[in-house]
Design a protein around this ligand. Structure first.
Ligand code: HEC
Ligand code: HEC
Ligand code: HEC
Ligand code: HEC
Length: 231
């Protein structure tokens, strides 16, 4: 019995440190200890830059930052091929993309923009007073004009049905059951009244940089693209 407990504890330690390590020293380690592009001047924490254990807002995923104004974003569009769902893309409170954009919309690519959305969470004195310093590498600050970025902010399943396989609709998309395939990689999100939403996190895995840059699967041979697109 005692031996089993020791073995189990060992497993817990191994798996939890493996998880922590994937953020620690990654570009999403915003603690003051690292040499990351953007880092806090005072907080040694790892998770609380994004999450709060209590009094979180939005509640999911226990979020600890303010959302930027959803209306400020412009999305990709194309004349013929794009589905109506994607043409009408919009983000609202609870959208994971909006949460990413609370840092990545950094227009000038500087920490000041990351600081602008620090939540005044009185329960967390450490982060309440955190100030971030540094500069995003070129490309990491997407700004608010997302018209040159892959479309997000609409229902994937609706886009699949509207896009279909008719001639001038371009290539068809995998049905959701296939896109969330055997290896369970592509993910779509529900929040508020919205379902199956295509978000930044449909392609990115924010905690895990095993497939840089934080991709759900390696894009070798464009495998990531082809998990959704039937090319
Ligand atoms: C840079 C921001 C960021 C940091 C830092 C971060 N997370 Fe997250 N976390 C997110 C986002 C965004 C989600 C929403 C789900 C997604 O995007 O996959 C999430 C979701 C989660 C979830 C819900 C499970 C899931 O995958 O849906 C857990 C649990 C979690 N994070 C734990 C942690 C822990 C523990 C740490 C610290 C070791 C941490 N996170 C650090 C952004 C972050
Ligand atoms: C708390 C701020 C913050 C949040 C929230 C955040 N990021 Fe980041 N992210 C950063 C910083 C800082 C970097 C490093 C930028 C650099 O190196 O120039 C980064 C880097 C990245 C990179 C590039 C990594 C590389 O190797 O170049 C990707 C991809 C990324 N983030 C995706 C996301 C996604 C997707 C979300 C939401 C699910 C998200 N981030 C949420 C701060 C954040
Ligand atoms: C359709 C899949 C997909 C979606 C959706 C997506 N990304 Fe990416 N992202 C990628 C791929 C693939 C790369 C790597 C591109 C490369 O290396 O040229 C990347 C690269 C990045 C980088 C690194 C930029 C650089 O030039 O090095 C950042 C930061 C990033 N994404 C953030 C985001 C954010 C924030 C969102 C949501 C607003 C988002 N991504 C939505 C697939 C996606
Ligand atoms: C998680 C699923 C998913 C992944 C992964 C993905 N896409 Fe997409 N892509 C979509 C959806 C959904 C649309 C919107 C299609 C529509 O609504 O007509 C789209 C649209 C596009 C468009 C615009 C099509 C048009 O009609 O204007 C291009 C180009 C594109 N994707 C390329 C890529 C590339 C390149 C990759 C890999 C780096 C990729 N996609 C990865 C789901 C995905």
């Amino acid at each position: 019995m005692k031996k089993t407990m020791v073995v189990m504890l060992g497993l817990v330690l191994v798996s939890s440190s493996a998880f922590a390590l994937s953020i620690r020293n990654s570009k999403h380690d915003l603690s003051n200890s690292g040499a990351q592009a953007i880092r806090a001047t005072s907080s040694e924490k790892l998770c609380e830059h994004c999450h709060a254990p209590h009094n979180a807002a939005p509640k999911v995923p226990l979020w600890n930052r303010l959302d930027p104004a959803a209306a400020s974003f412009k999305f990709y569009t194309s004349s013929v091929t794009l589905s109506t769902a994607a043409k009408n893309a919009a983000l609202s409170t609870g959208s994971i993309s909006l949460q990413c954009l609370s840092c990545h919309a950094a227009a000038a690519g500087v920490a000041a923009d990351v600081n602008a959305f620090v939540r005044d969470n009185a329960k967390d004195t450490d982060l309440n007073t955190a100030t971030y310093v540094g500069t995003f590498a070129a490309g990491s600050g997407l700004g608010t004009d997302l018209t040159n970025d892959h479309p997000i902010g609409f229902s994937y399943s609706v886009a699949v049905s509207q896009r279909g396989v008719t001639p001038n609709k371009g290539t068809a998309l995998q049905p959701i059951a296939t896109a969330t395939n055997a290896t369970n990689q592509m993910v779509f999100f529900n929040y508020g009244a919205k379902t199956d939403q295509m978000e930044c996190s449909s392609c990115h895995k924010v905690h895990d940089n095993a497939n840089p840059p934080f991709l759900r699967i390696a894009n070798t041979g464009s495998a990531l693209c082809r998990a959704c697109h039937q090319n």
